[in-house]
Design a protein around this ligand. Structure first.
Ligand code: NAI
Length: 276
């Protein structure tokens, strides 16, 4: 049985942030399944390596996802050189935005890439997928931080909470407009050893997954028909993740302080809740 009707030999996949990490692992996997892959990234050196790794019949295109004109040019080049797009993975991302009082430029950078970059990808590629009659698959990369909101990098959390809301809305629209022919999914990686992490940690920590493990989980979830493609790592179990998600939701239901998980008066109650 196929993973998804859009994942078929000869079909076209576009992956932003595809020159490194999770995006590159997905690009290799789709290429290995016979798809024609276009990786889009702003990292010229890594793009050259990705082009080599993918080989003939694939494209590596310099793109800034935060710039609508650059994503429009990407869509045109892919349509002209490879054909209609069946699989779209909006995955490019950056961290280190900072808290609410961090400089405005840091917020613009993180929201521009992580949230508006996803919107740019969706608006440039999805209308043609809806108008056609072929199966389509859209995967947007979010983060657990967009759901549980740990303090520290609030700009990143906001961007990923936005990706969750955007992708939930997209899934609904596509269900209404295409009856499931084109589907949208939210990829939620755990701690994964990629360029983003390697910049701070030179060696893979035991807690981290590899990008290939994330891609395995992503494809398993799509094959099951899941919307939330929830990944683990070597540190946190699904049960603990579930309790963290529920605790966040219960902050509202039980009228607790914001981010009570990190509030001194609630720390112990949270620890007991997670233990079950
Ligand atoms: P990575 O740093 O290896 O890959 C991200 C890629 O995005 C890089 O190739 C980078 O050049 C590209 N990129 C950044 N800004 C861009 C722009 N404006 N236009 C085009 N490309 C741009 O990092 P990783 O971990 O593979 O990240 C992939 C996605 O996974 C990101 O959205 C990230 O937020 C998300 N994620 C990663 C986690 C982790 O632990 N590594 C955990 C949760 C989510």
């Amino acid at each position: 049985m196929s993973i998804h009707p859009a994942i078929a030999p000869g079909n076209v996949a576009v992956i932003t942030g595809g020159a490194n990490g999770i995006g590159l692992a997905a690009a290799r996997r789709f290429a290995g399944m016979g798809l024609k892959v276009a990786v889009a990234d702003r990292d010229r050196d890594q793009l050259a390596l990705a082009r080599q790794a993918l080989g003939e019949g694939h494209l590596a295109i310099e793109t800034d996802v935060a710039d609508p004109a650059s994503v429009a040019a990407l869509a045109q080049q892919v349509a002209g050189q490879l054909g209609p797009v069946a699989v779209l993975m909006n995955n490019a991302g950056v961290g280190r935005g900072g808290d609410v009082l961090a400089p405005r430029e840091a917020w613009d950078r993180v929201l521009g890439v992580n949230l508006l970059g996803v919107l740019n990808g969706v608006q440039q590629f999805v209308p043609a997928m809806v108008e056609g009659d072929a199966p389509g698959l859209v995967i947007n990369t979010g983060s657990k931080q967009g759901i549980t909101q740990p303090p520290g990098d609030t700009a990143y959390n906001v961007s990923k909470a936005g990706v969750k809301a955007l992708t939930e809305g997209l899934a609904h629209t596509l269900r209404e407009q295409t009856g499931g022919r084109v589907s949208a999914h939210l990829l939620i990686p755990g701690f994964t050893y990629t360029g983003m992490i390697a910049r701070h940690l030179p060696q893979q920590p035991p807690a981290a997954w590899t990008p290939d493990q994330v891609v395995d989980t992503m494809l398993d979830g799509i094959a099951r028909g899941s919307f939330y493609l929830w990944c683990l790592d070597n540190e946190t179990s699904r049960e603990v993740d579930n309790r963290r998600v529920l605790w966040s939701a219960l902050d509202i239901v039980e009228d607790r302080p914001a981010l009570s998980r990190w509030h001194p008066d609630w720390k112990d109650a949270f620890a007991a809740y997670v233990k079950g």
